[in-house]
Ligand binder design. Structure first.
Ligand SMILES: O=C(O)CC1=CCC(=O)O1
Length: 88
């Protein structure tokens, strides 16, 4: 996810959006659907791993992100690799 918040956005609105985004993300981490989130070094972007039932669940999560209007999201579906020890 790449984040592009307009520089002219009211600072209070921006702070509220970022705070709500953090709480939303942490709730989904607690439920297990947002499995990992990493900051992409040097970028206002993150790399996240979701563990969801289906595409609709992923869409719901992304669509409801408070920062959704300011995100560009690239999605790569993942499957288990046969060499992964966890596959045994
Ligand atoms: O700061 C970001 O990368 C955007 C974001 C997604 C979830 C969150 O808490 O922040």
């Amino acid at each position: 996810m790449n984040v592009t918040i307009p520089p002219g956005l009211d600072p209070g609105v921006r702070a509220d959006l970022v705070a709500r985004e953090k709480e939303y993300c942490r709730d989904l981490q607690r439920s297990g659907e947002w499995a990992h989130i990493w900051r992409c070094a040097g970028q206002y972007a993150n790399l996240s791993v979701f563990d969801v039932a289906d595409n609709e669940a992923l869409h719901r999560i992304l669509w409801n992100l408070p920062l959704f209007p300011y995100l560009s999201v690239e999605i790569t579906p993942l499957a288990q690799h046969p060499s992964d020890l966890a596959a045994d």
